[in-house]
Design a protein. Structure first.
Length: 274
């Protein structure tokens, strides 16, 4: 069983400035919950118990969110308003939260490597909180965790995107070995228009085996001068096995204004108060 879930959450969220000037982008609310809470909820529903969060400067609000607020609790104790804290109390009681700070922004690969002391020598999930995923009873991480139990190797979540969008993502190619499961033979971080190996884009859900840490350490800066997890995963695919899984469910790119608004509308209709 995968028990650890890593949340790289040190990035600046520049696309949402000025909102993210002093507030972490992971704390942007989708209706009444911050983005990262949706990710934690998904991980807990997948049976994970250790939330390992890679933070950075100005991210205290994330730690405070998953902690007690005694003043507030006392103020609303015994009133109707207390119910509004039910969900977050449930999450806090279901998992351990540990934090480590990433001092420099050197890319997603570097952020994941920063989380190594929290994850240890265990397979682990990775959630990029600005990709909000929703799927009824079985969330995307639960689907991937079940697949991991079967295949015991690294898995990336993928989604078909129009060719005009491939330059925004890591893109894979591979042979389909089962319905919705591909064995990855190539992956490219944000390919230039017209050069993507397919239209299967990686979205922010991964399960990784811990040998990925050594591979990240050997990875040179790639696209944008950053240490890309996609490049380390390609090495793993060449020397071992990486699967890509076309998941069931809706995904919203809350790193973009349009995706964020779509997520709010969808969650208001389908998730809020359900
Ligand atoms: C990151 C990854 C990319 C992936 C994307 C999913 O990019 O580098 O491979 O497709 O997340 O959201 P970012 O969106 O952080 O630039």
């Amino acid at each position: 069983m995968i028990k650890k879930c890593l949340f790289p959450a040190a990035g600046y969220g520049t696309r949402f400035l000025p909102a993210t000037k002093s507030m972490p982008k992971e704390m942007m609310p989708v209706v009444n919950k911050p983005l990262i809470e949706y990710g934690v909820d998904e991980a807990i529903h997948a049976g994970m118990t250790d939330m390992c969060i890679v933070t950075g400067r100005g991210k205290h609000a994330i730690m405070d969110h998953f902690d007690m607020n005694f003043e507030l609790e006392q103020q609303i104790a015994g009133t109707k308003k207390e119910e509004l804290l039910g969900d977050i109390r449930g999450l806090m009681n279901s998992a351990n939260f540990t934090y480590i700070r990433q001092r420099e922004m050197k890319g997603l690969g570097h952020a994941i490597l920063t989380g190594k002391p929290l994850v240890g020598d265990n397979p682990f999930a990775v959630v990029l909180a600005d990709d909000l995923c929703v799927n009824g009873d079985q969330g995307v991480l639960a689907q991937m965790s079940a697949l991991y139990n079967q295949f015991r190797c690294t898995i990336v979540a993928v989604q078909e995107v129009p060719e005009s969008e491939t330059h925004k993502y890591g893109v894979i190619s591979g042979e389909m070995i089962k319905d919705n499961i591909y064995r990855v033979d190539d992956m490219v971080e944000k390919p230039d228009p017209g050069s993507a190996p397919s239209n299967l884009a990686i979205i922010g859900r991964y399960i990784m085996t811990p040998d990925i840490f050594d591979l990240i350490e050997e990875t040179e800066p790639g696209k944008g001068g950053e240490i890309q997890i996609t490049d380390a995963l390609l090495k793993q695919a060449k020397t071992g096995c990486v699967l890509a899984y076309k998941f069931k469910g809706e995904r919203f790119d809350c790193g973009s204004v349009e995706g964020y608004i779509d997520a709010i509308n969808y969650c208001y209709e389908n998730v809020y108060n359900k």
